[in-house]
Design a protein around this ligand. Structure first.
Ligand code: FAD
Length: 448
């Protein structure tokens, strides 16, 4: 990366996030229209950026902290995911999520540190239960193969000493109302968030605490000027000696970690609100979340709250090196979501999808974050490997510790990760990754 860089690409988020659509429209954004001098600049107001700004505001309470995002808070990936803030190992590139014992123990400790940090903020800002619900989650199986994967995951959880409960098909039906699932594992540590409500609430809390948030203010250039960095936006600039870059895969657009980050999209659809009689026909519990036993399968979530009773379907991963997806892809995915919904909820044949969207993830080939001081005064907390609610929160918080002189012991864990591994050149990276993802999806079979 150069000392004067032109940002190559700005984020483009396909479709409107249903989570955001369920909430009231926010007041107009504050856009960066002046030339500001600050002590700290955080670029990107997703989980990592919000956590970094919060931790900086604790460590450097009297200093001026500016947080910029290209879009409105809640409309980027942080407001368009499925909402599972997962404490347990969840390697989405593996089939059964689990890794080695010691590695997983460390990951669990890190995820729980993130959840604890988020919980403190939720309490301080007075966010409602719907924004952050420590309800646990199910790993749902729909095939014998899925059951076997669940059994081996349960054994792994046993070895880790982690609380979990096996569910048979009847128990699954009692919870979900669906006959489609043949079993599941319930584990209590996951927090279910309403992503847009959560990130908007976090941002509002930060602003009340003195952080200056500018939305719809994309950074188009970042340049070193003596001891400072100057970030340029279309109508203004922010100059600060220390910058924390929390843009996930868009680190590449800033010239960082080039050919080391994989840009993956995944997709969600949210039904219209169910009527009272549809809720009765469905049965089951009003709120639950199920990730698939096979990582490439379908995530399903039942919600009940702002916006009524609805069901969310999430599946498909595609590798898009351009960091954009088009309408044709969205239409194909939508047909797949409808099939996944119909297979699970045949009793809701008249229920249609009201919102559909996609969003970016960032993975590295070796599953490590893109974390640390990349240039003097320029810190990165990027590449959350698909589970960015917990990992993004932690990496943002720890980047603030590293940059702001905190002494959190997990900074050393983050710095101990190796560098993100290099990818093959294009088009081989895209061809290989998409063939691999299609194969994984085929392996997921009916889980899909
Ligand atoms: C459909 C879907 C379901 C998912 N489900 C889950 C789940 O259940 N659990 C889970 O843990 N994860 C899930 N994820 C992944 C999760 O959303 C991401 O990993 C997470 O959002 C990453 O957090 P982050 O803060 O690192 O980056 P982001 O949330 O991507 O935030 C980065 C921000 O940087 C901003 N930005 C980029 N470039 C610029 C620029 N030039 N100038 C200013 N701002 C810029 C972007 O607008 C964005 O708001 C899902 C994702 C999708 C799409």
């Amino acid at each position: 990366m150069d000392n004067a860089i032109k940002v190559k690409r700005l984020p483009r988020d396909p479709g409107l996030s249903g989570w955001n659509a369920l909430l009231e429209a926010p007041p107009p954004p504050r856009v960066c229209e002046e030339n500001i001098t600050a002590d700290w600049l955080v670029i990107g107001a997703g989980f990592a950026g919000l956590a970094a700004a919060r931790r900086l505001s604790q460590l450097r309470a009297s200093e001026r902290i500016v947080l910029l995002d290209a879009v409105r808070v809640g409309t980027g990936p942080a407001g368009r995911n499925a909402g599972f803030m997962i404490d347990l190992p969840h390697d989405i590139s593996a089939e059964g999520y689990a890794g080695g014992l010691e590695k997983d123990q460390r990951q669990i400790a890190m995820n729980r540190a993130a959840i604890g940090f988020a919980r403190e903020a939720v309490e301080e800002h007075g966010l409602p239960r719907e924004a952050f619900d420590p309800a646990g989650k199910i790993n749902a199986a729909t095939t014998e193969q899925g059951q076997r994967q669940n059994e081996s995951f349960a054994a792994h959880l046993g070895r880790l000493g982690e609380d979990h409960r096996l569910l048979d098909a009847d128990a699954m039906r009692n919870i979900t109302g669906s006959e489609f699932f043949c079993g599941g594992i319930f584990a209590p540590g996951t927090v279910m968030i309403q992503p847009a409500l959560f990130v908007r609430g976090m941002a509002d809390g930060l602003v009340r605490g003195g952080v200056e948030l500018f939305e719809e203010s994309p950074v188009t250039g970042l340049e070193r000027l003596g001891p400072d960095w100057r970030a340029t936006t279309p109508q203004g600039s922010v100059t600060a000696p220390r910058v924390v870059l929390t843009v996930n895969g868009h680190a590449n657009s800033f010239g960082l970690f080039e050919r080391r980050l994989m840009h993956i999209f995944t997709y969600a659809s949210l039904t219209r609100a169910l009527s009272d009689s549809e809720v009765r026909t469905l049965g089951g519990e009003p709120r639950w979340g199920a990730t698939p036993s096979h990582a490439q399968g379908t995530t399903v979530r039942r919600i009940s709250g702002t916006g009524g009773d609805r069901i969310l379907i999430r599946n498909r991963f595609t590798y898009d090196a351009s960091m954009e997806v088009g309408q044709r892809r969205m239409a194909t995915v939508a047909r797949g979501h409808d099939r996944s919904f119909a297979a699970r909820f045949p009793m809701l044949a008249d229920v249609t999808m009201e919102h559909r969207w996609g969003g970016r993830l960032c993975l590295s080939r070796n599953g490590v974050p893109a974390f640390g001081e990349q240039k003097p005064g320029l810190f990165s907390a990027c590449c959350q490997n698909g589970v960015g609610i917990a990992k993004g929160t932690l990496s943002g918080m720890l980047a603030a510790e590293l940059a702001g002189g905190g002494n959190h012991p997990m900074v050393a864990d983050m710095l101990a990760f190796e560098e993100p591994e290099r990818l093959p050149a294009e088009p081989f990276a895209s061809l290989g990754a998409n063939a691999y993802l299609r194969w994984k999806t085929w392996r997921a079979g009916v889980e899909f």
